[in-house]
Design a protein around this ligand. Structure first.
Ligand SMILES: *[C@@H]1O[C@H](CO)[C@@H](O)[C@H](O)[C@H]1NC(C)=O
Ligand SMILES: *[C@@H]1O[C@H](CO)[C@@H](O)[C@H](O)[C@H]1NC(C)=O
Length: 374
């Protein structure tokens, strides 16, 4: 009896530690986020890169920073910020590259690995110099997982990751690189749109399977939005107000259809303990652009910040005043800058993904995914 006492003492301490400190935290919403500038919450601030959102007026409506820039590529919260809050998250997932991010944050909230100008393909975004492509984002998660195992043990880590939401929002920059005639794609001439879609799908699938092998079970994978309608692409193609590039949107719709098929296949192959959701950002965003008045917007074609034509400089320098770079009412615009939606638009997209029907989020919505217990 004596010896068993000896053996149990450290275990008891561990049990007390786990039940007092770890368990209350574990009951919160946690998420690991992968993606590009739609989701980046400041990782690019720690890179040498031309793709940064670290200057005003970025973040002007972000309350936790008092309106100062945080590295988010919008005026306020991103879609994942809003989704996390709606599911009871106490704070936002901190950027992996920030020196203030503690390993323990992985257990408390999850971590954000997303990087502006990054793509599914490693070469995407090279003109911006620094960025973390998807493959490296997954490598970074692998580092986090090593910490989790030290903290929670292998089976504790497995259990923790089973409940955590893995969210991927990536592919837009791959498409933007592909459609810009001035940017060489893969060294030689362009591959066909079909080959390009298949490259994206197969590379993304490799990373999804890696995340599954590392213990991910609840996945949200966002389709690519209608980039043919963003101010940058409309300017590139000299399209008048209200017109979108059909060529770009068709490329994306083809990709999204293939993505949905792959996710359905993964759902069949991996069985009920893993679930992959297809987030139909394309249709949600398109409906918002077409019916913008119904959603409470006044403008769905021009950016709120940076003017109505190239080079779209959304930057509040020392000698510029806010009225010269900003629209009057940020809540009335779908686009914040030439590439990214406003917080007002993000709120609508997040709501549709959280509670929408199968046409918005397939096979279940994000709230159902959160409550899913196989
Ligand atoms: C990933 O994409 C590249 C093009 O960037 C392609 O050459 C390669 O075959 C793809 N890899 C996989 C596993 O599909
Ligand atoms: C700010 O810029 C606008 C437009 O360029 C100009 O009309 C206005 O006078 C400026 N206001 C101040 C306070 O400098």
């Amino acid at each position: 009896m004596e010896t068993s006492h000896h053996f149990n003492f450290p275990r008891l301490i561990m049990l007390i530690f786990v039940s007092f400190f770890v368990l209350p935290v574990l009951s919160n919403f946690t998420s690991f986020l992968f993606g590009d500038s739609l989701i980046d919450a400041g990782n690019n601030d720690y890179l040498f890169t031309l793709s940064k959102a670290n200057l005003p007026p970025y973040g002007v409506d972000f309350k936790p920073s008092g309106g100062l820039p945080t590295g988010r590529f919008t005026n306020g919260r991103t879609i994942s910020d809003i989704v996390g809050q709606a599911l009871g998250g106490k704070s936002f997932q901190p950027p992996y590259l920030s020196p203030n991010t503690e390993p323990f944050d992985a257990i408390a909230t999850g971590i954000n690995y997303a990087s502006g100008s990054a793509g599914v393909l490693d070469e995407t975004g090279f003109l911006f110099i620094g960025r973390v492509p998807l493959r490296e984002q997954v490598n970074n998660f692998q580092q986090t997982r090593t910490y989790l195992v030290r903290m929670l043990g292998e089976s504790g880590t497995r259990e923790f990751l089973q409940k955590t939401i893995f969210s991927l929002t990536i592919g837009s920059n791959d498409v933007l690189n592909y459609v810009q005639p001035t940017i060489p794609f893969l060294g030689q001439g362009k591959v066909s749109p079909t080959t390009f879609q298949d490259f994206l799908i197969s590379n993304l699938t490799v990373q999804l399977k890696r995340l599954y092998e590392l213990g991910g079970r609840k996945f949200i994978v966002a389709g690519i939005g209608p980039l043919g309608c963003i101010p940058f692409v409309r300017a590139l193609n000299l399209l008048p107000t209200g017109k979108c590039s059909t060529e770009v949107n068709e490329l994306i719709q083809g990709y999204n259809a293939k993505l949905k098929l792959v996710l359905n296949r993964l759902n069949r192959e991996m069985g009920p303990e893993a679930i992959f959701i297809y987030a139909n950002s394309y249709d949600i965003f398109m409906s918002m652009i077409i019916n913008y008045h119904r959603y409470g917007f006044d403008d769905a074609s021009e950016p709120c910040c940076g003017g109505y034509f190239p080079p779209f400089v959304c930057f509040l320098g020392r000698n510029t005043n806010a009225t010269s770079v900003l629209c009057n009412d940020r809540s009335k615009y779908v686009f914040w800058d030439a590439y990214h939606p406003t917080e007002a638009a993000n709120v609508i997209i997040a709501k549709e993904l959280l509670d929408g029907d199968e046409t918005k989020s397939f096979p279940i919505n994000i709230r159902q995914l959160y409550n899913y217990n196989p």
